[in-house]
Design a protein around this ligand. Structure first.
Ligand SMILES: [Zn+2]
Length: 324
């Protein structure tokens, strides 16, 4: 690609305020033209009062991670075209056995929460449930429940239906809005950070969960670490380095938000939910997880002593009851 072509790509892609600075970088990283949408305002409260935490390159676009001073949502200011993202996720199909082994304690914890809180013969919806591992575990504990799996990926829904025998609902927020059904329990484990239409999710949840019903959300607990790392990085780098920053440590660029537990708790309270935060079980590394189990037990003690104010595990769980 010659200089003019790469400049044209940098001008049409988002975020490169001075495209000429990025020509060498863009060529080295084989930049291509990728459609994306810039979001100048907070996608939840609409505020323009935010602080930029840092910037990263993703799909040949330069994206800024912003922290809203009004609602405390941390969000990406650019959305990569949804078709491009969908193709990327369909292509990165995970090794099933490895995935299940790594996440087994997480699945057991969430299945346990759903088991405790869902009434006899109640209904459970798993949003972004992938190929159905979590619901399969829940079904073995509670064969009485009516289970429904939702996922954006047709490949995942097909697998959950054919191989696991689950009822599925394939698609994004629009199919959830059309169901018109209320569930006793809705699970959103490691999925909310992919949702471009966050406000539509918040509007939908009270309508989708029965009064007295439960919402379980799992999300990474990384914001403190991202802020600290970003602070240290900025303090030890020059203005030129900062202008050319292309990644944010501890931030997964596949995600479009970083959630503070406090943001989720107060957002759910506004919607009429009573919510609390818990430490989440850890992923199981290959070759035993004694250290992880001890750390998780210690984190539970810390969370209990601090009344949920201090969560030290890499992810947290929000458990909420619809009081509406
Ligand atoms: Zn906001």
């Amino acid at each position: 690609m010659d200089e003019l072509e790469i400049l044209e790509t940098l001008r049409t892609n988002k975020g490169f305020l001075k495209p000429e600075d990025w020509v060498v970088y863009g060529r080295a990283h084989r930049f291509t033209s990728v459609p994306a949408q810039h979001r100048p305002l907070c996608p939840d409260c609409g505020s323009d009062d935010f602080e930029t935490v840092g910037q990263y390159v993703w799909f040949s676009n330069l994206i800024r991670l912003n922290d809203c001073r009004d609602c405390k949502l941390v969000f990406s200011d650019t959305l990569i075209d949804q078709d491009v993202v969908k193709r990327y996720f369909e292509g990165s199909y995970k090794d099933e056995k490895y995935f299940l082994r790594r996440r087994r304690r997480v699945f057991q914890q969430i299945a346990g929460l759903a088991d405790d809180r869902t009434p006899w013969e109640g209904s459970v919806l798993d949003v972004g449930g992938a190929t159905g591992h979590l619901l399969a575990i829940l079904r073995s504990r509670r064969p009485d429940l009516r289970l429904l799996l939702n996922d954006l990926s047709e490949q995942a829904c097909e697998h959950a239906k054919e191989r696991v025998g689950l009822d599925t609902l394939c698609g994004g927020i629009e199919v959830l809005e059309q169901t018109g059904t209320r569930f006793d329990t809705v699970i959103m484990s490691d999925v909310l950070y992919y949702e471009p239409e966050l406000r539509r999710i918040w509007a939908l949840l009270p309508k989708m969960i029965k009064p007295g019903g439960t919402l379980v959300i799992r999300a990474p607990n990384k914001y403190g670490l991202i802020q600290l790392q970003q602070y240290l990085w900025s303090a030890t780098h020059t203005d030129d380095d900062r202008r050319m920053q292309d990644r944010i440590d501890h931030f997964n660029p596949e995600h479009i938000y970083v959630f503070r537990a406090q943001y989720l708790l107060s957002r759910l309270m506004q919607l009429g939910f009573e919510a609390s935060v818990l430490p989440s079980e850890l992923l199981v590394p290959p070759g035993g997880d004694l250290k992880e189990r001890l750390f998780y037990q210690a984190s539970k003690v810390v969370a209990g002593l601090s009344c949920g104010k201090l969560i030290t595990t890499p992810s947290f769980i929000i458990c909420a009851r619809n009081t509406g």
